[in-house]
Design a protein around this ligand. Structure first.
Ligand SMILES: Cc1cc2nc3c(=O)[nH]c(=O)nc-3n(C[C@H](O)[C@H](O)[C@H](O)COP(=O)(O)OP(=O)(O)OC[C@H]3O[C@@H](n4cnc5c(N)ncnc54)[C@H](O)[C@@H]3O)c2cc1C
Length: 294
């Protein structure tokens, strides 16, 4: 389809956006456009109508409410990197955003687009899932809040329905003595998607691991919670050998495919290394926090 045939709509607020979405069932939503425009150019998707969210100011805010951080879907990766509440409470999310693409892409790419694209190698979802994030999905008549871990159903597939927008992401303040880490391996330092990634969260209580969460990225059709490994860690006293055992267990929970970035074997070999790094960093952060609370 020629560019001149595409109709571009710029609603000023959510009400206008939902009205447009109600009338234009086939319309595509555009946030930063860094995935959408590439897909259109490659002929992977067609769009006669594009509804851009770039003028909806309420979706560009980061705020604190009820012991949670509320991040608007139109917040960019660059804004995540420089946000004080995010750096204070969930620095791993800022690390994940910092690992994305290049400075030019980071200033356009939004958190809502990164999640909604549902690309298995996306950087923000693993860190957000490890931090127990939820997303608000809204349409003209209703809204629902779902755990981000339940949002993805396959590569480029989500539970978001026609007419719905992902409006906000909520991340709870981590419990006391919690460390969260995001580790990514890519073939270049910039402008490269993850070959594999791991996010982990560890909470310490009375010298033991009270709660562990490990999320694997780019090694399955969706981000994967390594539930068996997380369970294995819970209730145990942390040690280097425990983290080593857990890292090897996590490898068994990855279901990678081979593609241009890496083979199944290569990805499987990366998982224990990234898991060990993520657990070690999360543990150090948690121990530092427990020491400063005493
Ligand atoms: C050169 C290059 C390098 C890249 N490197 C990385 C990288 O290292 N890591 C990484 O994770 N990604 C990377 N990406 C991919 C991309 O930049 C990110 O996924 C980005 O966050 C997408 O956000 P966006 O705002 O541009 O989304 P868009 O392209 O505007 O939208 C993406 C999809 O989500 C839908 N959508 C957007 N917002 C909403 C919403 N609020 N509600 C419902 N649906 C919505 C759109 O309809 C579209 O289908 C790269 C892209 C390029 C071009």
């Amino acid at each position: 389809m020629a560019l001149s045939e595409i109709r571009f709509h710029s609603p000023q607020n959510l009400a206008e956006a939902f009205k447009l979405l109600g009338g234009l069932k086939e319309a595509r939503i555009a946030a930063g456009g860094t995935d959408l425009l590439v897909d259109m150019k490659q002929g992977l998707i067609e769009a006669r109508d594009i509804i851009s969210l770039h003028k909806i100011e309420e979706l560009k805010e980061i705020g604190k409410r009820d012991k949670r951080i509320r991040i608007g879907a139109m917040v960019t990766a660059q804004e995540i990197i420089s946000s004080s509440p995010i750096n204070q409470h969930i620095p791993a999310l800022a690390d994940a955003a910092r690992s994305m693409a290049s400075c030019q892409i980071r200033s356009m790419a939004t958190i809502g687009g990164n999640i909604s694209s549902a690309v298995p190698s996306a950087d923000l979802p693993p860190a957000l899932i490890a931090a127990d994030a939820t997303v608000e999905l809204k349409c003209s008549g209703s809204s629902r809040e779902v755990s981000l871990s339940k949002f993805f159903t396959g590569p480029r597939e989500t539970i978001c329905r026609t007419g719905e927008l992902l409006t906000f992401i909520f991340v709870p303040f981590p419990p006391p003595n919690t460390g969260i880490s995001y580790q990514k391996f890519a073939l270049r330092e910039a402008n490269a998607l993850a070959v594999a990634s791991v996010a982990s969260s560890l909470t310490l209580k009375d010298g033991k691991i009270d709660r562990a969460a490990i999320v694997l990225g780019a090694v399955a059709p969706t981000p994967v919670e390594a539930l068996k490994t997380s369970e294995f860690l819970s209730g145990k006293e942390p040690s280097q050998s425990l983290l080593e055992d857990a890292s090897l267990m996590a490898k068994e929970e990855a279901k990678p495919i081979s593609d241009i970035r890496g083979s199944i074997w290569y990805r499987k070999e990366l998982i224990p290394i990234l898991t060990r790094r993520a657990l070690t960093e999360a543990l150090l952060q948690a121990q530092r926090k427990s020491r400063t609370r005493k």
